[in-house]
Design a protein around this ligand. Sequence first.
Ligand SMILES: [Zn+2]
Length: 260
Amino acid sequence: MRAVGAYCSSRLPLDILMYLLYLDDSGSVQNAEDSHIVLAGLAVFERKPHWFSQELDQIARRVWPDNPAGLEFRGNDIRGGKKQWRGIEKDQRLAAYREAMEVLSRSSQVHIFASVVHKAAVSPNDPMEFAFEQICNRFDRFLGRLHNAGNTQRGLIILDKSSYETSLQKLSLDFRTIGHRWGQLYNLSDVPLFVDSKATRMIQYADMIAHATRRYYENGDASLFDIFSNRIDAVGGVMHGLTHYTPANQRCNCLICRQR
Ligand SMILES: [Zn+2]
């Protein structure tokens, strides 16, 4: 990851270690049937993605022995039996999804971040911009905590290329300006990266996290969300990695609103 140091502003030395935050979105800004949009994913230390990728490779070998590397883990496809998941028994598909989420729940090396926005709460503003701001702030604060504990790390945000068509593209292009407007992104690199989910198991984790989170908020189905919720960034039992933005008059009893 040394090369990405070139993006860093001059405040920190280039050989500083990095935390990578992989993000994906779920839910459509345009589709009126979706009341929530979600931006979510996982932050890991730069030396860890290889280990996490191997864990998904192992599940893939069991599900699709003919071409495990070609099996892409995407929440919507796994649950709906679409693309390469077509023809695989539902029980087996769901077991694979659960197993992937259990990899996260078992590892103390992963920090999950999720921003859930009820579209009506921010209308007519762009809910994705709001979610992105929330996540950037929370990730920045997480890095600030590490820094205060004597463990200075820079943060790099890596997004799924498919979210390039959403407003995230523009937000990323203007990240430097926007980041300053948000006022407090001290620890993030200036330019988020877009990568192809086919080539990156980490983005596939982010997709599954985002999809499971939206299932929880949109369908009241906590079966997958509950598996990894123990890895949502938290300190001393207080959760910082999850935000839920709702209309002012709406009561909510979700994991984070309960905490307030
Ligand atoms: Zn809530």
